[in-house]
Each structure stands twice: as C-alpha cells, then as structure tokens.
Design a protein around this ligand. Structure first.
Ligand code: FBP
Length: 393
C-alpha cells in the first residue's frame, strides 16, 4: 500500500497554504529531532544514559541524563536553520538565539523530553513543540516574540516514544498522525485527520494529589471515579507522561486533567511548552482545552516558564464564560458563583471532545445545593454525547 510520507505531507501543507516553504522546512527538522531522540532513548540503557545528572533545572526538577541529551539534540538540529531565529525550551532558563537567525521568521517552543519520569521504567515519553511567526520584523528576537498566546500558533505537534514512535501535528489544518518505520527511518501517514471520538473513553488525572485539591476538583474527580457522571463508564488511565495520556485521549476520547492545588493553583504543566501546543491540537481535533475559566489558547503568557496560571478574574459576562466553554445555564451560574470568591474557581487544564460549542459544564452549585452542602453537577470535557448529557440536555 502506497502510504504518504511525512515529507510529502509537509509539501502538501506548503502547497495548500501557498507558503514559501519555510514552515515545512522547520517541521522537517522536528521529524529529524524525533528520529534522533527515538534512537537515543532506545540506546540509553546500553550507554549508561539512564538516571540523574545530580543537577536541577529551571523548573527546579532533578535533571536526567536524557533531559540534557534531548535539549542538546534540539539545539543541534536547529543550529543551522536560518528560518528559525530562536528556541524556547522547557530545559533552558533563557531563550536560545540562533546564530544567523536574525532574518528567521519563526520561533519554536519545545518540551524536548516530556514524561522524563518514565525514563528508567521504559514508559511512554514525548517531545512537544509549537511554532510561531515572530512578531518583530527582523534582528535579534525579543521576549515578545516568544510570549505569544496559543491562538497565534502556526503549527504544533508532539512525538510519542513508546512501542512505536509517532509524530502527530497540525499546521492549522487537520491533525495527522505518522508512524516511524525504523527500518528505513521514514514516517508514514497512519492516522489521517484525527477527530476525538464521541463516546466513553477514559478519565486521566493523578489521583494521588487529591488531598491537595479544592472541594470542587475533588467532587469532579470523585464523580468520574464513582461513575456518577452522565458520561457513561470511564476507565481511569494515567501514563504519567502528558504526551501518552493526551495521545490516548485524542484517539479514544475522554478527559485529561492536571488540576491546580490549593497551595499551587497554577498546577504543574507549562503553558508555552505543554498546554498551548496540545490545546491547539485538541481544538483542531474537535475537542476543548480550558484552564477552567478560559480557552488555554487565549491565555497570553507573561513569562517563559509560566504554568497555566490562575486567572483570578470572574468571567466578565456569561458570554465570556461561554467562550471559556461553559454552556448557557452553567455560564450564568459560573458568573454568579464566581462573584462569591474569585479564587474558589479551580483552575485545571482539561481537554476533551464536546458536541460543537458546548465543551463542558461548570460545576456551579445552585443555592439549594450549596445550602445542602452539595457540590454542583460534575464538570467534564468528555466525548460529545456525554457533554450533551452532562448539561442535562
Ligand atoms: P516533564 O516530564 O516535561 O517535566 O512533564 C511533566 C510531566 O512529567 C508530564 O508529562 C506528566 O503528565 C506529569 O508531569 C506527571 O506529573 P505527576 O507525577 O505529578 O502526576
């Protein structure tokens, strides 16, 4: 069977966008990065590259040997790439300005090795990337070129390193998935035009953090765990690698959450390197991604290593809440609920499919429920049909 290769798809994207070819050249670099890291990960055990380096990174996390290799390989791959003027990486405190990139019109933001906690146990890992057009005309790029909201992405994707190596991306059009044929080092189209399926799927969250969540978040996850949502049966799945959990949700439906905690409302996941690129793909695949108040794609980053922050503002109107995905009744309830304590609103990035336009319902407790000390109906972003049933329609 004559399968489309990744390079052929890049050139199709280029032709359909009547583009100059810069973007497909940049995307091609990510396929090279994917093949190089797939080989590094596979060989890590042979060459003693498992385990820690004894240092910590800008995220205050212990650095693994493969984190360093991944980031070094990223910089090597983009070193002589005149289309790209700068790289922002989860592993680097500052942006990396590429020599000779002054005329480059793109910047890239990358999580070189997501799920590095799985390195020693041969679990799923990934690379997540976002490509933006720079804002400044030319010259050395400024921070403003990097601190762009996800809605301005021109392309985004991820690589999944697991039983097979896959590269999934969108350049503004459909989300396509390619699988690496290691024997010839070529990615072939295996998952064209991915749409998050309606129906059951799984719920994915690290429930070990439950004691740190606020009551609403506890109520929502408890509802999934006890199958109390009207979204049908949901199996609990958690790979401990965002790319792995997101990939399953993209192909099988369901919901992925990394909630904020009472003491750390902004949560763990990084906006530029993790949430924005995956939110871009999620929406292109018919799903929704929110921090509980607004589309993740509308959050304008204020610093490089920002975690999806707490908005701390009440939706200005139920239209605003609607943009954040709440449906009619719950949007108004959300607006009311919020006026009683902006910081009560939980902020947790969630992604999942929804019937067009009604991603999820806000767990706003009605006054009667509050009087009875009960939480509102559970929030969920789940397969379309469930979204309809959750909001009682
Ligand atoms: P990095 O590995 O890039 O730091 O990503 C964070 C991450 O590992 C995600 O991949 C994963 O979903 C999450 O953290 C797991 O966190 P926790 O162990 O707290 O559930």
């Amino acid at each position: 069977m004559n399968r489309l290769t990744l390079s052929e798809q890049f050139f199709r994207d280029q032709a359909s966008a009547a583009a100059s070819g810069g973007l497909s050249t940049v995307l091609n670099r990510f396929s090279l990065l994917a093949r190089m890291l797939a080989s590094e990960i596979m060989r890590a055990g042979f060459v003693g590259k498992l385990g820690y380096t004894g240092t910590t990174n800008v995220q205050d996390e212990n650095v693994r040997a493969l984190d360093v290799i991944s980031n070094d390989t990223l910089l090597q791959v983009f070193e002589n790439m005149p289309m790209v003027c700068g790289v922002a990486s989860e592993e680097m405190e500052e942006v990396h300005i590429l020599p000779g990139g002054e005329s480059g019109k793109y910047i890239v933001s990358v999580d070189p090795l997501d799920g590095s906690g799985n390195v020693d146990v041969a679990g799923q890992m990934g690379t997540i990337f976002g490509i933006y057009r720079r804002r400044t005309m030319s010259g050395v790029p400024t921070l403003a070129d990097f601190l762009q909201p996800g809605r301005d992405l021109v392309a985004a994707g991820y690589v999944l390193y697991g039983p097979c190596t896959m590269l999934i991306y969108s350049a503004g059009g459909p989300v396509n998935g390619f699988t690496l044929d290691r024997s010839i080092g070529t990615f072939f189209l295996t998952h064209p035009n991915i749409q998050i399926p309606e129906g059951e799927g799984s719920y994915s969250v690290n429930e070990a953090n439950e004691s740190k969540w606020d009551d609403k978040t506890k109520a929502v996850v408890r509802a999934f765990r006890t199958q109390q949502t009207k979204c049908g049966k949901r199996a609990a799945r958690y790979a401990g690698a965002l790319v792995g959990d997101f990939h399953r949700t993209l192909l099988k439906g369901g919901i992925y959450m990394y909630p904020g905690e009472v003491k750390k409302p902004e949560g763990k996941l990084r906006l530029l390197y993790e949430n924005a690129p995956l939110a871009f793909l999620c929406e292109k695949a018919g799903g929704a991604a929110t921090d509980g108040r607004q589309r993740i794609l509308d959050i304008v980053p204020t610093k490089l290593h920002e975690r999806t922050r707490q908005q701390g503002r009440r939706p200005r109107s139920w239209r605003d809440a609607r943009v954040a995905g709440a449906s009619g009744a719950s949007a108004r309830a959300a607006a009311r609920t919020d006026s009683e304590g902006a910081d009560r609103a939980d902020h947790w990035p969630i992604t999942g499919r929804s019937a067009r336009g009604r991603p999820w319902c806000w767990p706003a407790a009605s006054s009667r429920q509050r009087a009875a000390g009960r939480a509102g109906s559970p929030a969920c972003t789940c397969a379309g049909s469930a979204a309809r049933c959750c909001s009682g329609r």
